[in-house]
Ligand binder design. Structure first.
Ligand code: AHM
Ligand code: MG
Length: 333
């Protein structure tokens, strides 16, 4: 991996960066590059809408329910439209799994070679309180023949088959962080120029982290290994930090070293987070940054999905912490 890492200077514009490293990708036809540009453009549009949410009456609930049975926010719906439209019109994508659409979105682009799994707006309960939220995406190359309708096998690939993954964090500044399997790079949005610029080249997570991020309010319903792990964190005076926005919690831990956990709970016996468009994407990024991602027992990216909205328990972050959490499960078995 080291050899193929990036050597462009901080301040390089995203477009230039994508173009420069396009050839690293084994298919290298420019389609993946275009897809990434489409995602970045939709991200800019969404960023503009989020920034105006308080003024435009697009905050709050829409009055409908998503496939997970959760109340959809107006911005959830808007961002789902923005991203699915950008990916459909772009032409490179033949199928989309989205958190906000029960059914797979068939774009009609039979010549598109890629499928995308996306959570258009994660952490949407934080919109109305002006707290960071994010978009999370995964890109796979289709398995079936180009020119044919996309198949379920194309849509449901394990995380280790991802060719790209990333997130956009709408925070105190807006950032796009992504990997194509050659390290992780972060770009900060400059609103007056309308452009993302390389600000965090070759991101790596500190090997030893001292932050743990989990909703401890659900402590009583955690499995014993998770309780034991929390005890370990407390005994070592680790810092507890939990925003309740996965992308924001993940991003902080990526920079500072730490672990994010969403385990099984009584309310969510399979975990709350979705494998295809929350766990896998961040697992690919964290592994590329030198960290680890697990469901407590298995590597996240090895899990073979059986349905688009499948859930998984999620432990992601610095290696020492993920391995420690896994060891608590090992001790139990
Ligand atoms: P969402 O996809 O409906 O926004 O739910 C995912 C979010 C994550 O961003 C966050 O880490 C988690 O749910 C918070 O859940 P909880 O409030 O149960 O701690
Ligand atoms: Mg989500």
């Amino acid at each position: 991996m080291e050899d193929s890492r990036i050597a462009l200077p901080i301040g390089t514009a995203l477009d230039r960066f994508i173009k420069k490293y396009q050839d690293q990708f084994k298919y290298a036809t420019g389609e993946l590059s275009q897809l990434l540009r489409d995602l970045a453009l939709a991200g800019k549009v969404v960023n503009r809408e989020i920034n105006k949410a308080g003024l435009m009456n697009i905050g709050g609930a829409y009055g409908s329910i998503n496939p997970q049975g959760e109340e959809q926010q107006k911005l959830d719906i808007l961002t789902n439209i923005r991203f699915s439209r950008a990916l459909t019109k772009g032409g490179e994508v033949c199928g989309i799994i989205s958190e906000e659409s029960e059914e797979i979105i068939y774009t009609g682009n039979h010549d598109g070679n890629y499928v995308v799994a996306i959570d258009p707006l994660d952490g949407s309960s934080n919109i109305d309180v002006n707290v960071s939220i994010g978009t999370i995406f995964s890109v796979y190359r289709r398995k079936s023949k180009t020119g044919m309708p996309v198949t379920m096998e194309d849509m449901l690939q394990p995380g280790k088959e991802q060719v790209a993954a990333g997130y956009i964090l709408y925070g105190s500044s807006t950032m796009l962080v992504y990997t194509t399997g050659h390290g992780v790079n972060g770009f900060t949005y400059e609103p007056s120029l309308g452009e993302f610029f390389l600000s965090h080249p070759n991101m790596t997570i500190p090997e030893v982290g001292k932050i743990y991020s989990i909703n401890e309010g659900s402590y009583n319903s955690f499995e014993q290994p998770v309780k034991d792990f929390i005890e370990h964190c407390r005994d070592n005076n680790y810092s507890g930090r939990y925003i309740g926005s996965l992308v924001a919690d993940f991003h902080r831990n990526l920079l500072k070293g730490g672990i994010y956990i969403y385990p099984k709970t009584e309310k969510s016996p399979e975990g709350k987070l979705r494998l295809m468009y929350e766990c896998n994407c961040l697992a690919f990024i964290i592994e590329q940054a030198g960290g680890a991602a697990s469901d407590g027992v298995n590597r996240i990216m090895d899990i073979v999905p059986t349905e688009p909205h499948q859930k998984a328990p999620f432990f992601v972050g610095s290696k020492n912490l993920v391995e420690k959490a896994e060891s608590m499960y090992n001790q139990q078995s």
